[in-house]
Design a binder for this molecule. Structure first.
Ligand code: G6P
Length: 369
């Protein structure tokens, strides 16, 4: 097992550090920057289905559901296709309206999640075209779907999903860009720019990973917190949800993710000097609005950990701590802002002596309802 961990203390840490290569493996052979082409057979062969779709319905559970939420922002923003993101377990039991003009995207690392598999069967029975985004090759979901794209992240052993999440977002970004190009909803130059920036993401992830020591120091300060709030807007709202989930899963600290602007409709009541608030506040994502959310937290004495773009000045003035990530295009920012949140959860859980790779009560693959 020690050999399998490749010198890392835990599988989770190894998998966090594998992300630059995992993302490269995901886009290898698909992202052809010079040619300006995205090659994905599963999309090419079924492009009409996507272009004629009334809407895309994403079904997934857990972290994969968060990747689906990121996809909602990217698909709507770039490809101008309406998207709904559903918990597979809710979707399948509520007599959903599904037509043959719907395209369903099922996202699953394991490809074995029972609720997601059942949602796929229901969608197919109602005539929808179902596309899978799975990591495990030959898994039940990969076989059950009409077409699909693998994430190629390699085996993920840690129960808390890390590289599966960022590679799912990578695949979904490739699909969104490909559809945007086919639809003409993105300008040629913008399309090219996104391709170039996507290719640079692995090295920017590697740079974000360099903040590890600093994040460890922040973890040490907040490891005894009873609660923690995660806030983000736009593309970084799902990142806030995923950051909170990571903390809950492995450290057992209660954490909630919220859209930053919704804070005033409830969570603001929780803020006092005991409450750490992690705010994703990158430069392009409604930055000024997030800065004013941070001011509201500060005036209530909350402790602020800001995830910011390199060179940030405004959040730095207000926050108790900042963790920098490299600059990128807004739709790609979740691939970077996720990284410090994974490391923060990891270090807190290790400091608390928790079983990081196999947290209590959780399973890597949930094959029962
Ligand atoms: C379990 C795992 C999570 C995962 C979820 C969905 O809860 O512990 O890490 O996100 O299942 O799994 P899937 O394999 O369908 O992505």
């Amino acid at each position: 097992e020690q050999i399998e961990k490749g010198g890392f203390e835990h599988f989770m840490l190894k998998e966090i550090h594998e992300q630059p290569n995992a993302i490269k493996d995901t886009y290898r052979g698909r992202l052809l920057v010079k040619e300006g082409i995205i090659r994905m057979a599963g999309i090419d062969d079924n492009i009409e289905k996507f272009l004629n779709a009334n809407r895309i319905i994403v079904v997934a559970c857990g972290t994969s559901w968060h990747a689906g939420l990121v996809a909602e922002y990217i698909f709507e923003d770039l490809a101008r296709i309406p998207v709904e993101v559903e918990y597979a377990s809710e979707f399948r039991y509520r007599n959903p309206v599904i037509t043959s003009n719907d395209v369903v995207i099922a996202i699953s690392q394991s490809g074995e999640t029972a609720d997601t598999l059942a949602a796929i069967k229901l969608a197919k029975a109602n005539g929808a075209f179902v596309f899978g985004v799975c990591n495990v090759v030959g898994s039940s979901i990969a076989r059950e779907t009409n077409a699909g794209a693998y994430t190629h992240a390699g085996p993920e052993i840690g129960v808390a999903s890390t590289k599966a999440f960022t590679t799912q977002i990578t695949v979904l970004t490739l699909i969104a860009l490909k559809l945007a190009k086919a639809k003409g909803s993105i300008s040629n130059s913008d399309y090219r720019y996104h391709l170039q920036e996507l290719e640079l993401i692995p090295e920017k992830v590697a740079k974000a990973l360099k903040s590890d020591e600093h994040i460890k120091q922040v973890a040490d300060i907040y490891k005894d917190a009873r609660n923690c709030l995660y806030l983000g807007r736009g593309y970084n709202f799902p990142v806030a949800l995923e950051g909170a989930l990571k903390l809950k899963e492995i450290s057992y600290i209660h954490a909630e993710g919220y859209p930053a602007a919704e804070m005033k409709h409830g969570p603001i009541a929780l803020i006092d000097e005991q409450m750490p608030v992690v705010v994703v506040a990158t430069k392009k994502g409604h930055y000024e609005k997030v800065v004013s959310n941070i001011q509201e937290i500060k005036s209530r004495k909350g402790k602020i950990i800001g995830i910011v773009t390199e060179g940030d000045i405004h959040v730095k003035e207000l926050a108790d701590h900042i963790i920098e990530v490299p600059e990128t295009l807004e739709p790609l920012s979740p691939l970077l802002t996720t990284i410090p949140l994974q490391l923060l959860s990891y270090h807190i859980a290790v400091m608390l002596g928790k079983n990081v790779d196999q947290p209590r009560n959780l399973a890597k693959s949930v094959t029962v309802e």
